[in-house]
Design a protein around this ligand. Structure first.
Ligand code: GLN
Length: 446
C-alpha cells in the first residue's frame, strides 16, 4: 500500500511531517466495506492523499512547520479538508513546508528540509515542497498545497508534477492558516492534468465561512479535457523570457510553443509591461498582510508560550522571539514597517496601485488571448543550501509566479521537459474562473 511506500521512501525524501496511519487505515476500511455492500463510490473515494501542514485538520497536529505551532491541534477542519473527507479521500498525513509558507525551497522548515525526489541533493521548491515531492515520489496520489506567490506552481515545476493555483475566491480559505490573505489560495498537486481537474472539482465553490469566497457555477472541469486547442490563442509575455532565464529552460519552452503550433494553436508574443514591479509590490503586500495575520501568535491564546516571562509584554516578546524562525521575523518587521503611519503612502499604498497596473496588464492581454504561457520558474531545482543564505536570490525563483497572485487569476504549472535530468515546468495563465480552459490547454500538451 501507499503506507508501505511512505515507510520505504520517506526517510530519504522527507516530505511528511506526520503520517496518520490509523486514520488512513480506518478510512480505507470504510471504503472497502462500502464496495463490499455493493454501494456506488465517488471518484476520490479511497484515493490516498496528504495535506500541506498549514491546512487545519481537526484533532491532527497542524504546525505550519513552525515552533510556534509545534503542538497545535486544531479544533476544526478547513473547508477543503471537510470536502475531501466527504468525498471519501483517504488521509495519509501532513506535509512539510517553509515556515508559515514563507520561502521557495522548503529549507525554512523548523523541522527538516525536504529533498527533491529527482535528485536528493536538490530542493523540491517551496513553500509546498512536501506536497510536490510526495506526489512526484508516488507517496500520495494527490496533495493540496497553498500558493501566495508561487508556492504550488514552483515546487510542481521543480518536482515534475501538475500544480494549480485557482482563481482567488474559487476555493475557500477557511481553515488555511493565513500568510497573506489577499493572495493565498489552496490548490491541488497531482501527476496528471485529469487528476488535477477531478480534485479541483471536489474542493471549489462558495463557502459562507470565507467572506472572500465567490459564488459561481462550478463547471465539470473534466469535460474540458476532451477539447483540442485548434484556433486557440496563446500569448507569450516577453517580460517572462528576459534575463535570468536559464538557457536550457528557454529551449524547453520554445519546444513547447512549437508543439502548440503543431496542434493548431495560434502563438504570438505579447507584453505585460509592469511585470518588473510585481516583485517589490508582492513583498510589500505579502509582508504587510503577514505582519497583521501573525500578530495572533502571542503565547496567550494558543500555540507556543515562552517558559518564563516577567510580565505580559515580556511574554509576547519572548514568545515571538523564540517561536518564529528568522525568515518569518524578517517579514513581520518589513511588513510592520511598510504599514506604519509615516510610510504607509510611500510603500503599502504605492504597492496597491502597482497591483492595479498589473491587473490591467493581464486584462488587456486577455482581450487578445485565451491563455498566456511562460516558464514557471527561471531555473530548475537548485542545490540544498545554495540559496539559503541569500533571501533576495531565493525570492527571484518566484519572478514568474508572483504577478499572477497579485492579479488573482488562475494559473497552472505542468511538466514541459527536462534540463540535465531535472524537470522543467511551464506556466499557463488564464482569465478569472477559466480553470477549465487551463486544463484543456495543459491536457492537449501532455
Ligand atoms: N516564495 C514566495 C514567498 O516566500 C511565495 C510563497 C508562497 O506562495 N506561499 O512569499
Amino acid at each position: 500500500t501507499m503506507l508501505h511506500r511512505i515507510k520505504h521512501i520517506d526517510p530519504e525524501v522527507k516530505a511528511f511531517l506526520q503520517v496518520t496511519e490509523d486514520l488512513a487505515l480506518s478510512q480505507a476500511t470504510q471504503v472497502d466495506e462500502k464496495i463490499a455492500r455493493g454501494e456506488a463510490i465517488g471518484v476520490l473515494e479511497g484515493i490516498p492523499m496528504a495535506l500541506k501542514d498549514n491546512l487545519s485538520t481537526e484533532g491532527i497536529r497542524t504546525t505550519c512547520s513552525s515552533k510556534m505551532l509545534e503542538n497545535f491541534i486544531p479544533p476544526y477542519n478547513a473547508t477543503v479538508v471537510e470536502k475531501l473527507r466527504d468525498a471519501g479521500a483517504v488521509m495519509l498525513g501532513k506535509l512539510n513546508m517553509d515556515e508559515f509558507a514563507m520561502g521557495s525551497s522548503t529549507e525554512n522548515s523548523r523541522f527538516f528540509a525536504t529533498c527533491n525526489p529527482w535528485d536528493l541533493e536538490r530542493v523540491p521548491g517551496g513553500s509546498s515542497g512536501g506536497s510536490a515531492a510526495s506526489v512526484a515520489s508516488e507517496e500520495a496520489v494527490f496533495t493540496l498545497g497553498s500558493d501566495t506567490g508561487g508556492s504550488i506552481r514552483q515546487p510542481a515545476s521543480f518536482c515534475g508534477v501538475v500544480g494549480l493555483k485557482p482563481t482567488y475566491g474559487a476555493v475557500s480559505r477557511f481553515g488555511l492558516i493565513a500568510y497573506a490573505s489577499s493572495l493565498d489560495q489552496i490548490g491541488p498537486i497531482t501527476k496528471t492534468v485529469e487528476d488535477n481537474a477531478r480534485v479541483l472539482e471536489e474542493i471549489v465553490g462558495h463557502d459562507r465561512k470565507d467572506s472572500t469566497s465567490v459564488s459561481f457555477e462550478v463547471p465539470n472541469y473534466a469535460e474540458f479535457l476532451a477539447q483540442d486547442v485548434k484556433g486557440l490563442r496563446i500569448g507569450v509575455p516577453k517580460e517572462y523570457f528576459a534575463k535570468g532565464l536559464d538557457e536550457g529552460v528557454k529551449k524547453v519552452l520554445d519546444e513547447a510553443l512549437a508543439t502548440y503550433q503543431r496542434l493548431g494553436a495560434i502563438v504570438e508574443e505579447c507584453s505585460l509591461p509592469h511585470t518588473e514591479y510585481a516583485m517589490p509590490a508582492y513583498y510589500l503586500i505579502a509582508t504587510a498582510e503577514a505582519s497583521s495575520n501573525l500578530a495572533r501568535y502571542d503565547g496567550v491564546r494558543y500555540g507556543y508560550r515562552t517558559e518564563e516571562a516577567e510580565d505580559v509584554l515580556n511574554l509576547f516578546k519572548k514568545t515571538r522571539s523564540e517561536g518564529f524562525g528568522s525568515e518569518v521575523k524578517a517579514r513581520i518587521m518589513l511588513g510592520t514597517y511598510a504599514l506604519s503611519a509615516g510610510y504607509y503612502d510611500a510603500y503599502y499604498l504605492k504597492a496597491q496601485k502597482v497591483r492595479t497596473l498589473i491587473q490591467n496588464d493581464f486584462n488587456k492581454a486577455f482581450d487578445q488571448f485565451d491563455v498566456l504561457l511562460s516558464p514557471t520558474a527561471p531555473t530548475t531545482a537548485f542545490k540544498i543550501g545554495e540559496k539559503s543564505g541569500d533571501p533576495l536570490t531565493m525570492y527571484l525563483s518566484d519572478v514568474c509566479t508572483v504577478p499572477i497572485n497579485l492579479a488573482g487569476i488562475p494559473s497552472l504549472s505542468l511538466p514541459a521537459g527536462f534540463v540535465e535530468g531535472m524537470p522543467v515546468g511551464m506556466q499557463l495563465m488564464g482569465r478569472p474562473f477559466s480553470e477549465g480552459t487551463l486544463y484543456r490547454v495543459a491536457h492537449a500538451f501532455e
